[in-house]
Design a protein around this ligand. Structure first.
Ligand SMILES: Nc1ncnc2c1ncn2[C@@H]1O[C@H](COP(=O)(O)OP(=O)(O)OP(=O)(O)O)[C@@H](O)[C@H]1O
Length: 317
């Protein structure tokens, strides 16, 4: 993030003293998140990691405007948020596609709303462009039931990116996918982010994923009263290269810092699901396997922005 940024872009997403209180079974308000502060630069990718139940999704859904804020505030591009909006697109663990619509129609749902002044042909061109960008050029007319979980998640990603959001929010987007699909989709997202430079927050349980995908990793303390414990800066260049990241001399130290933090936070309370720090041994094996196996999807290429997209964005539509 070396280029000079305007003051607004340096504080593109600003989360200030954020609080979320939920009622407990006795009706008392418990502050799950309390005093969470984080600033993201424009174009930055930040992962949020922490023990299960600490409040990661709570922070993300408040940033999405889907969850009421109990205290503090959140601003995007200098403006305090008030509810959800197409400037913040979310991809959840489950892609939530409408089952009676094809992949193209599912993506068009959002595109039609954002580009209301575009022609039908222009909007279709944009939806097709983003489906192609996630490797689904052969599946425009498939229904969700005809697609694998990984393909459905690709549609969910295309739908989110096609909105041209200012901020992309990924809530454990690969949580239900097998390791190979997961790695494939990590690369799909990284390549889109390289091109689109979308400011992105990723919630994950996977320390290797956090390191591979992000510019910084934000570690949350365990709840209640969870907040940012530490923030780790990552030295890896973009575009990311998996082998180069894994072979980087600092990789083990960085990973060790994350795991140590999580272990320190693990102070004996019952945790339904601990962060997944177990797949390191499999990772190099997976990299080799990926280069050796036949891919389900055609080689990923990113076309230039479509003419329709440029015209519509240029006209402020
Ligand atoms: N609507 C709600 N009402 C009451 N408590 C809630 C509500 N939503 C979440 N919580 C509680 O808030 C805490 C934080 O939940 P959240 O889902 O944000 O955690 P998380 O870190 O994302 O967990 P995980 O990693 O398991 O997805 C949990 O203890 C959860 O039980």
């Amino acid at each position: 993030m070396a280029e000079s940024l305007s003051p607004t872009d340096r504080r593109y997403v600003e989360i200030y003293n954020l609080v979320k209180a939920y009622p407990n079974p006795y009706g008392e308000a418990v502050r799950v998140v309390d005093g969470f502060n984080l600033v993201l630069q424009k174009g930055e990718v930040v992962s949020v990691i922490g023990h299960s139940g600490c409040g990661k999704s709570t922070v993300l859904t408040m940033l999405a405007g889907l969850n009421e804020i109990s205290g503090g505030n959140i601003a995007v591009a200098g403006r305090e948020i008030a509810g959800p909006g197409p400037d913040r697109a979310v991809v959840f663990q489950s892609p939530c596609l409408l089952p009676w619509m094809t992949s193209l129609e599912n993506v068009l749902l959002g595109v039609d709303r954002v580009y209301q002044h575009g022609t039908k042909r222009q909007r279709r061109e944009i939806a097709e462009h983003y489906l192609a960008a996630v490797g689904l050029s052969d599946s425009f007319h498939k229904f969700p039931r005809e697609m694998s979980g990984g393909m459905q998640q690709r549609v969910g990603i295309a739908r989110a990116i096609a909105l041209k959001p200012r901020v992309l929010l990924l809530d454990e987007p690969f949580g239900r996918l097998d390791s190979l699909t997961r790695m494939d989709l990590q690369d799909v997202i990284l390549r889109i982010l390289d091109r689109e430079r979308i400011t992105t927050m990723i919630i994950t349980h996977d320390v290797d994923e956090a390191i591979y995908m992000s510019d910084r990793v934000c570690m949350m303390t365990s709840g209640p009263n969870a907040r940012v414990g530490q923030v780790l800066d990552l030295p890896f260049e973009r575009p990311r290269n998996r082998a180069a990241v894994l072979e980087h001399p600092m990789y083990y130290d960085l990973r060790g810092a994350l795991v140590s933090f999580l272990e320190e936070q693990d102070h004996g309370g019952a945790k339904p699901k601990d962060p997944d720090t177990s797949n390191w041994d499999d990772t190099m094996h997976m990299v080799e396997a990926m280069s050796a196996t036949h891919h389900e999807f055609p080689a990923y290429t990113l076309a230039e922005p479509t003419e329709a997209e440029n015209q519509l964005i240029g006209s402020g539509a």
